[in-house]
Structures are given as C-alpha cells and as structure tokens.
Design a protein around this ligand. Structure first.
Ligand code: ADP
Ligand code: MG
Length: 697
C-alpha cells in the first residue's frame, strides 16, 4: 500500500488539484464562490467541469452524479455517463458547465412532506462548491443541494448551509464588537463520533427482523451480555481489524480523516471518530462514512448495523456531535483565551449557547427524535430525553460568581468582572467525565450526545447553528447600542446566567431524581417522537427559522409531516414483520417442538409405562400455554394495526401507533421471548441473541 499521505484525498477534487489544473483566474473564482457562496459564471463553470472530467477520467471514472441528501436521511445519486455520441457512431467524453452546476433528477420518489402538491414535481440539484467533488466506485460525485422548482429545500444540505450563513451573519456582529478586525467570517465545526454494530452476515441472513427493520423485534436475553464490561476498549478481533483498516483507507482516499476506532460498551459494538471539519463537510463525510461502513462490512462477510437499538437489553448506538465555532483566522470561540478580552468573548459565546439550548430545548429534542432513537432517549438509556447542559464544576463556579457578584477562587477571593479579569484556568480533563449529560461542554467545544446512530447530522446542526445565531442576534442588538460596552457586557452575561441557569446540570442524568428536579425547573421531558413533533409548529420556532431564513413556514410544515409519516411507517413495518415472523416461523416451530415432546413421551411410555416423562409433559404443557398467549397477543396486534388504518390526521395516527400498536408489539414480544427461552435450540427458527452478539470472532 502507498503511504497514508499519498492516499489521503487522492479521490478528491480538492484545492491542490484545482490549483494544478485550473487557470489562475478560474481557480480564484472558485475559491471566492466557496467562500461566499456566489454562483460561478457559466464560462468559469465550463472550465471547472472540463478539468474535473479530465481528472476523473484519469482516475478511472466513467460516470458522474449529483450527490444529494433528500429527506429520507440517506444519500441519493443518479448516474449519468460522460459519453456523448458523435458522428460515425463514435463517442466522446463530455461534461459541461451546466451539468456541473445544475441537475434535474425526478423528485417524485423522494419525500417532500406535501411541498410537491403545491409546487412542481421536478426538483433540481445545485452544486455546493463548499464541499469538494470526489470519486466513489468510478463515479464522479458532485455534492449538491436539492430543491423544489419553487426553491423550497427538499433536502438536508440546503437548510444546513443557510444556518451556517445565519450564525456567520450574527456572529460577525459580535466579533466586530470585540475589535477582531482580521476576522472576515466564522464557521461552525463538527466532529461526529459514530457508533455501530458488526455482526456476521450468515446470522444476519437468518433474521427477517434485522433485514426488514434494522433491529431485532424478538430475542431472549443471552446468558452473557455486556455486564462484564470486557468489550470496551478490549482487543479488536482480527476480522474487525481488517474491516477497520480497509474502511480507514477508503475514507482517507475520500479525504475523510477517520482517526480513532475502538470497541464500545456492548459486544459487537464499535466507534469511529473523524477529525473535525466545517459542519457542512462533516455532514457530507458522515454520510459517506455510514455508506462505506455498510459496504465494506459486507466485503468482510459482516453486516454493519446503524440502527439506534438493534438489540434490547444491550446499549444502543448514538452519534456524538462535537460542535464548536471557529473564525477564519483559526480562533476557536469556545476556547477560553489568554487575555481578559478573549475571556469575555469566550464567556459571551458560551452564554449564547446556554441561552440557545434553554430557549430551544424543544427543537434540540425534536431534531433527534425518531422511532429508532425513542428506544434510547427516555428509555433509561444514555442520554435522557431531558435536554440539559453539563459545564463542569469549575466553569459553573465561575458563572455563579459572576451571577451573584460573589468572590471566586480560593486564593484571592476577588470579584470577577467580565472584560477586566482573566478567568482562572480550569483544567480541561475535569470537564468531560460525566457521560450521562446530553449536552456537555468539553473544554473547547460542546458535545451533543442525543443523536441517533443512523441519523444525518444535518438536522441537529441546523438547530444548533440557528438557535445560537438567535442568541447572538439578541446580544448584538443590546451591545451595539451600548454606551459603556464593558458594563453592558457584564450586565448581559449576568442576565443570561440568571435567566438560563436552569438548563445547567452537572449531576447524573440517569437518576430518577433528576427527572423530578428537571420538571420542577420547568424543563421539558419529551419521551417519544409524537410528543416532540408538534413543537415544530410552535410560533416561537417558526419565528426563529423564518427570521434567520433557514426554513420558511412551508418548509417547516413539510418536515413536520415527514417526521410523523416516517414514525408511523416504521412502526407499521415493524408490526407487520413481527406478525409475519410469528405466524410463519415462530408458531409453527413451537408446534413442531411440542409434537416432538409428545412423540418422545409416547415412545418412552411404549418402552415402559411407568417411565418418567416429566420433562416432556411439563415442557409440552408450558409450550402449549405460551403458544396460546402468543396467538392471542398476535391477534391483538393485528387488531391494533387494523384499528389505526382509518385515521387520517398524521399526529393522531402517530400517537395511535405509539399507544396501541407499539404497546401490542411489546406485549407480544414478552411472551415470544419467554417461548424462545423454553424451546429447544434446534427448533427455534432464528439465531439467538448470543449467536448474534458474539457472531464475529
Ligand atoms: P473524546 O470525546 O473521545 O474525548 P476528543 O475530545 O478528542 O475525544 O474528540 C472527539 C471529537 O471531537 C473528534 O471527532 C474531534 O475531532 C472533535 N473535535 C475536537 N475539537 C473540535 C472542535 N473545535 N470542533 C468540533 N469538533 C471538535
Ligand atoms: Mg466524545
């Protein structure tokens, strides 16, 4: 293999390649349009397209595609060949500037949440020059935004780009107030840590539930789960190591800086963390990472599970969104500085985040809600459904001293005046030991831990960027008009701490007492997706997104619709899968097992009438009784699925799926799992939890 530095980014049309292959003036134009999002003129686009095509063909590409992220949560591609027929039955390789800048895929098979009813069926894709083009599977992929004919966002990238613009706009107002004249733009940065499970392909192929729904719908607890904690950071198995090596290499080629890979808490569970990047690129890269993980796992005879909760009783998988704000001059605005002024600026940005998380806790909870993630959040597993911020004792101590005009520090005991005093240094490693917090300050960034493993990181970062932009807007409004800047700054920070300190919580987020305390503080505890979704339409949230031009009200309503529809559809598929498994495999297996027990008892009796047949008879009775319960509960589930059929209101439908269908699913699972525990292994139609979790050796 070549060295990492040779491989890294070798399949990316990045700055270096552009500098080599584009005329100086065109290169400068591209750089400019990357910086301020201005559209490239058609002459320049033609030059870029040609250079891109030549480069891609040299690398073996034959096709190109606009690569986009519709609201399904996965990426979409429509491949077109570079080939153009010319006279004499010959072909040439062509790729025009127009084809680079804009595409028109048929949008009708992607979810639009009703946007297409009012607008045209066609959608169009538009080149996003801020994210580099790359080659994957011999296809030149051009990252694009995806919009309706009327300009409504039909994807996850468009609002993310808009939210980055919003925080840049408002953040720059603050930056100017602090006199940072060298700074011309700010961006948010993200490093998403990705959790996943690997299981053997052969056992996966025998589980309908995993294939249809991504999670196990049945499964009795294995004798050994994660209780010994021997998997976490344990030795990586050779097969997994080979997978990780290939994954790293493929990601490096695409310019994804995959860095750390280790085992997670549950057996078969692992994590990948890249080095952070600009949010937009981090989002693209995370999509690529998820795609490659699944593809490469298959090559190694394994399947990568990205579902939030593939197995009951063992940890689910999340995605930790490490988030910060950075100036174009390389200053991390969430890192305490060296001078009083830098510290004041740090405190102000910190307060902007506190206020944003408190004011928009509903949106932060909502943006990570899904049927899959409901199994983690609010279900006694990391992290809780209540949004709170962990700051660590040191930082909370400082904020509390500022709030109360009280002395801080053991030595000098002096009052802290923002903008005058240097904050005491707080050692970074004391800050991140609380893994139960959904939103933790980790020294120079915040780690939002509620994301589900299968989710695009775009949605949560749209909310974060926009909510913080709103805090900054309000701060700038106050400070820009202030006569005495330093006093106004101190008062503002004090005021924000007083108003929003209820969101700070450094304790154990899993503790039942915290839920009571959170309720007393007036924090929201939104347990399930249908609880969250109505908050999309709260006037303050519509106001937030439309003010910052991130989502129009129409776009919000579309997303409201899509989230609800998706929730109901997922539960519907899960319910049908369960019923299929029960009627077609599980009940016939139970029946065969009881027959074999009865046959055994009969044969034994034939041998000698007073022979002991307790095992056979007791077990057969038990199986029959459980079978009867399974039948009854499967029928209940069928009724529940029938019942919801006629509900037309999406919110009502989602609630009924949760209250009727999901409840019936859980009841059914309970007896089926018990049945599994007392059925002979060779009769049970599916690989057990033990076989699944420990399948990769
Ligand atoms: P851990 O959380 O395991 O202690 P680190 O804190 O080193 O690990 O980093 C976790 C993730 O946070 C990595 O993806 C890293 O690149 C990312 N990260 C580090 N600094 C920043 C930053 N300023 N902005 C966004 N992400 C960051
Ligand atoms: Mg971390």
């Amino acid at each position: 293999m070549n060295t990492v530095t040779e491989v890294f980014g070798s399949m990316v049309f990045n700055d270096d390649v552009m500098r080599q292959r584009l005329p100086k003036e065109v290169f400068r134009q591209v750089q400019r349009s990357m910086k301020d999002g201005r559209r490239l003129d058609s002459a320049a686009a033609t030059v870029v397209a040609n250079a891109m095509k030549d480069w891609a063909i040299e690398k073996g590409a034959t096709h190109f595609t606009h690569w986009f992220q519709p609201m399904t949560g996965i990426t979409a591609e429509k491949h077109d060949s570079f080939l153009s027929p010319i006279e004499g039955g010959r072909v040439i390789m062509e790729f025009s500037g127009k084809e680079l800048i804009q595409g028109e895929p048929d949008a009708s098979s992607f979810p639009s949440g009703g946007l297409r009813a009012t607008f045209e069926a066609r959608g169009y894709t538009a080149w996003d020059p801020t994210s580099y083009a790359f080659i994957k599977d011999d296809v030149l992929c051009i990252p694009t935004a995806f919009c309706s004919y009327g300009g409504e966002a039909l994807d996850k990238k468009t609002p993310l780009l808009r939210s980055m613009e919003a925080i840049n706009r408002q953040g720059m107002r603050i930056i100017k107030l602090f006199g940072n004249d060298d700074v011309t733009s700010i961006k948010t940065t993200v490093g998403p840590e990705q959790e996943y499970f690997l299981i053997d392909k052969a056992v996966y192929d025998r589980r309908k539930d995993l294939q249809y729904t991504g999670r196990t719908l049945f499964g009795a607890k294995p004798p050994k789960g994660q209780e010994l904690e021997d998997h976490y950071f344990g030795a990586i198995k050779p097969r997994v190591a080979a997978f990780m090596k290939e994954l790293d290499e493929e990601l490096w080629k695409l310019g994804v800086m995959a860095k750390t890979e280790h085992n997670e808490a549950a057996p078969g569970q692992h994590e990948l963390a890249p080095i952070y990047n600009t949010t937009n690129i981090a989002a693209d890269h995370n999509q690529l990472t998820m795609e490659l993980m699944q593809k490469i796992a298959r090559k190694h005879g394994m399947v990568c599970l990205l579902h939030e909760k593939p197995f009951a009783g063992v940890n689910g998988s999340g995605k930790h969104n490490n988030w910060s704000i950075c100036t174009n001059t390389g200053v991390n605005l969430l890192e305490p500085g060296e001078t009083p002024y830098e510290n004041a600026q740090f405190l102000l940005f910190l307060c902007a985040v506190l206020q944003a998380v408190d004011d928009y806790q509903d949106m932060l909870r909502l943006c990570v809600a899904s049927a899959g993630n409901d199994h983690r959040l609010g279900a006694g597993e990391a992290p809780p459904a209540v949004v709170s911020v962990f700051l660590g004792d040191e930082l909370e101590g400082i904020l509390s001293a500022i709030e109360n005009d009280a002395p801080y520090g053991s030595k000098e005991k002096e009052l802290i005046k923002v903008g005058v005093h240097v904050l005491p240094k707080f050692p970074r490693d004391t800050t991140d030991r609380n893994r139960t917090s959904p939103f933790a300050f980790t020294g120079n960034k915040f780690e939002f831990r509620m994301l589900g493993s299968s989710q695009s990181i775009s949605g949560p970062n749209v909310v974060l960027n926009t909510a913080v932009a709103e805090s900054l807007r309000q701060f700038a409004d106050v400070l820009e008009g202030a006569e005495d800047f330093e006093k106004a700054l101190h008062d503002l920070i004090q005021d924000v701490i007083r108003k929003h300190k209820r969101i700070i919580f450094n304790g154990n987020g899993y503790d039942a007492a915290w839920l009571q305390e959170a309720e007393r503080r007036g924090l929201l505890n939104l347990v399930s997706t249908p609880d969250c979704v109505p908050y999309y339409l709260a006037p303050k949230n519509i106001e937030l997104f439309s003010r910052h031009k991130v989502y129009s009200e129409t776009e919000i309503r579309a997303r409201y619709q899509i989230k609800l529809d998706n929730y109901s559809k997922v539960l519907h598929i899960e319910a049908l899968t369960m019923l299929n498994m029960v009627w077609k495999d599980i009940l016939p297996a139970a029946s065969a097992y009881s027959k074999s027990l009865a046959d055994a008892a009969l044969s034994k009796k034939a041998l000698s009438p007073d022979i002991d047949c307790r095992f056979e008879t007791e077990q057969a009775k038990k199986i029959s009784a459980l079978t009867a319960s399974v039948v009854a509960r499967a029928q209940d589930l069928e009724y529940a699925v029938q019942d919801v059929k006629n509900i037309t209101d999406s919110l009502k439908l989602a609630r009924c799926y949760r209250d009727e269908v999901f409840t019936a699913m859980n009841d059914l699972r309970l007896v089926v799992d018990e049945l599994e525990s007392c059925t002979a292994s060779r009769f049970w139609p599916y690989p057990s939890y033990g076989e699944l979790l420990f399948s990769v050796r």
